[in-house]
Design a protein around this ligand. Structure first.
Ligand code: ADP
Length: 398
């Protein structure tokens, strides 16, 4: 059995999974919440065993990681013989195109990327630093959300701003959710019995954060997120695409500060901004009871996805399938209906019964008469990080 411990550090939370790479399944997983916010809580779950909960004060990520390791020691399973620790790092900047074994130099490079991802990378860096100290004998691998999009061509990743300024400040489209896209692309290719290097897809990763990717020959050629995860689709709390002049207007006319606008666009927009709630289930429930703001939010949400489907059909010749994944993509049949229903003229023919039948398996939900399949493929980012971390270690030893 090859075991990899996957770590996903947020600003005040820490998620982890012990993954059996061969099976692609978790052995144990957990979550520490409210780190540095008074009383923190650890929930540790071992497959086919009880869930353990610990409430205690954890001032920082180091304390949280020590508690996690103590819990593995005391409750199990033992962390002996780990192949690697895989760290999710949101932003890899322009240079990291593949997972990388972390040494002091890589740690330094991830620190230098922090200005590009101030909301996301600092926590990952803390997790890497603390765990390298606590587990010095295991290889630590950084797996970047941006890496899968490194294959985008310049015309897709270049913003039309002065080129010298963009180069100096590394401003370009990077794209995110790459670990999920890699995982789902491989599974979709297998489902379609197509070699992964030949598969052409439009993938919609619709979770709290949401983005789409255009996949040509198994590689990303465009994606909706940009320099940061704020661009593109409408999300739980993020606006997605707006005219950048909205920012100037809010600062000059509405008197907001730049920090106010930053917080508004990242945390108070999207479903939350339009409907008052960031959770899709809640918004859908409200729309069903006649709430017109919720209905408008759902319409905007689906419209934007459809518009990007159109854009990506123009970018990728011979699209074989549109793929839905993540919390909303996998579970919200009504949303899939709202996106695909009006796309019949493009050869996208939804089967309503297949769409409504709940399942956690990879499946097709088109009626077989169109030219483009519609697939629902569950994503598994932790299994993908574990797989890539193991591959990086094997490649190093070869
Ligand atoms: P994250 O980006 O945090 O990983 P997820 O992929 O878990 O997010 O997706 C969370 C979103 O999925 C939430 O908006 C939630 O309401 C939505 N969701 C989960 N289950 C359903 C469902 N059955 N119907 C509609 N939306 C759902």
């Amino acid at each position: 059995m090859s075991l990899v411990l996957v770590i996903n550090s947020g600003s005040s939370s820490l998620k982890y999974q012990l993954v059996d790479v061969e099976q692609g399944t978790w052995i144990a997983k957990g979550l520490v919440e409210r780190i540095g916010e008074g009383l923190s809580r650890l929930v540790h779950e071992v497959r086919d065993a009880d869930v353990v909960e610990v409430d205690m004060s954890l001032p920082d990520h180091a304390a949280a990681l020590e508690l996690v390791l103590d819990t593995f020691d005391g409750v199990g399973p033992p962390l002996d013989g780990l192949v690697a620790v895989g760290h999710r790092v949101v932003h890899g900047g322009p240079d990291y195109r593949e997972p990388v074994i972390v040494d002091d130099e890589v740690e330094q490079a991830i620190e230098e990327i922090v200005p590009l991802a101030p909301l996301h990378n600092p926590a990952a860096l803390l997790g890497i630093r603390d765990l390298r100290r606590l587990m010095p004998d295991v290889p630590h691998v950084a797996v970047f959300d941006t890496a899968f999009h490194a294959t985008m061509p310049p015309e897709a990743y270049t913003y039309a701003i002065p080129a010298d300024l963009a180069a100096e400040y590394r401003i370009r489209r990077y794209g995110f959710h790459g670990t999920s896209y890699r995982n789902v692309t491989r599974k979709a290719a297998a489902f379609l019995s197509t070699p992964v290097d030949d598969v052409n897809l439009i993938v919609c990763h619709l979770g709290n954060g949401a983005s789409m990717a255009a996949i040509r020959g198994g590689r990303s050629v465009d994606t909706t997120m940009g320099l940061t995860p704020l661009q593109g689709l409408m999300m739980g709390t993020r606006s997605g695409d707006i005219d950048p002049a909205v920012v100037f207007h809010l600062v000059r006319v509405a008197g907001l500060t730049l920090d106010d606008v930053d917080a508004m666009l990242n945390k108070a927009s999207g479903l939350k901004g339009l409907a008052g709630d960031q959770d899709m289930r809640e918004v859908r429930h409200r729309a069903a009871t006649g709430d017109t703001a919720a209905r408008r939010a759902l319409d905007v949400y689906a419209y934007r996805i459809r518009a990007y489907v159109g854009a990506y059909l123009a970018v990728v010749p011979g699209v074989q399938a549109i793929v839905f994944t993540a919390g909303i993509g996998e579970n919200d049949a009504a949303l899939r209906r709202e996106v695909c229903g009006p796309l019949r003229h493009l050869g996208i023919h939804l089967d309503d019964d297949l769409n409504r039948s709940a399942s956690s398996a990879a499946r097709a939900i088109d009626d077989g008469t169109g030219t483009i399949r519609i697939l629902v493929i569950p994503t598994n980012e932790e299994a993908e990080i574990a797989r890539q971390a193991q591959e990086a270690v094997v490649a190093l030893r070869a």
